[in-house]
Write a protein that binds this ligand. Structure first.
Ligand code: BTN
Length: 251
């Protein structure tokens, strides 16, 4: 075990996840790495961690800039949950990361973590294999890198202690996952709501369906966004949100 893995795990006493950390300086995508380990039978708790990615992937087929200094993780989960409950893992992870970073961050629907209105963390969950493993990919921008500075919506955490951040993410992910499996989804969703900078805002949702503008009134039990529009309430399971004004407005 490398010194940084030992440091990340020291003193952690997870309730549910027996973390097995793999660490590399550079990989293509930690999600792809974790998928290949999951396909070879890696157990729940297997975690792929890289200092940089050359082909980091984001939602909706986008790439995720992954310069050295950020935190790039993918966790193999094999949850005992009905298929309809699997999408809860992504908002669960957003709550865990928000707890780990602290009260200054907010969650923008669906699951972006923002600091001062700029995205500092993205989450990409993917199902893989049969029986399915969930690969929970988390990317956190930790220190302002020149590539990221050029992206107007991207921000970075100013706390450069990546190991401390990693430890906090591991601890909170374990606590949230344990809660989710124990039936605490309503409480996690309520925490998501409290940390949200989307609810109560005029927003535009963009997706394959086109665009819709309205008031983000709530998320339902599936985490779908409920938007009050002039033609009635609309429900969105996926999409991209632009906050049209107020705190956390997208630059
Ligand atoms: C998003 O578009 O908001 C999701 C970004 C997810 C990025 C992380 S970085 C670690 C893991 N490996 C990847 O290739 N993507 C995810």
């Amino acid at each position: 075990m490398s010194a940084s893995i030992a440091e990340a795990l020291a003193g952690l006493a997870p309730a549910r996840l027996q973390y097995r950390i793999h660490h590399e300086a550079l990989v293509g995508s930690t999600n792809d790495w974790a998928k290949s380990l999951a396909a070879a039978g890696a157990p729940e708790g297997t975690l792929c961690w890289a200092d940089a990615q050359s082909a980091g992937r984001g939602r909706r087929g986008r790439s995720w800039l992954s310069p050295t200094g950020g935190l790039y993780l993918s966790l193999v989960l094999r949850p005992d949950l009905p298929p309809a409950a699997i999408p809860r893992l992504t908002p669960m992870a957003a709550v865990a990361v928000a707890r780990a970073i602290g009260p200054a961050v907010a969650i923008k629907w669906p699951n972006d973590v923002l600091l001062d209105g700029r995205k500092v963390c993205g989450i990409l969950s993917e199902l893989h294999g049969d029986p399915a493993a969930v690969i929970l990919g988390i990317g956190v921008n930790v220190a302002a890198a020149p590539d990221l500075a050029a992206v107007p919506t991207a921000g970075s955490l100013r706390a450069p202690d990546r190991i401390a951040l990693l430890r906090a993410v591991l601890a909170e992910t374990d606590a949230c996952y344990d809660g989710l499996l124990a039936g605490a989804w309503p409480a996690l969703l309520d925490e998501w709501r409290r940390r949200s900078c989307t609810l109560g805002q005029e927003v535009t949702v963009t997706g394959a369906f086109g665009q819709a503008t309205g008031l983000a009134v709530d998320v339902d039990a599936d985490g779908a966004l409920l938007l009050a529009t002039p033609t009635g309430t609309r429900r969105f399971l996926a999409g991209e949100v632009t906050l049209n004004r107020g705190e956390g407005a997208t630059p």
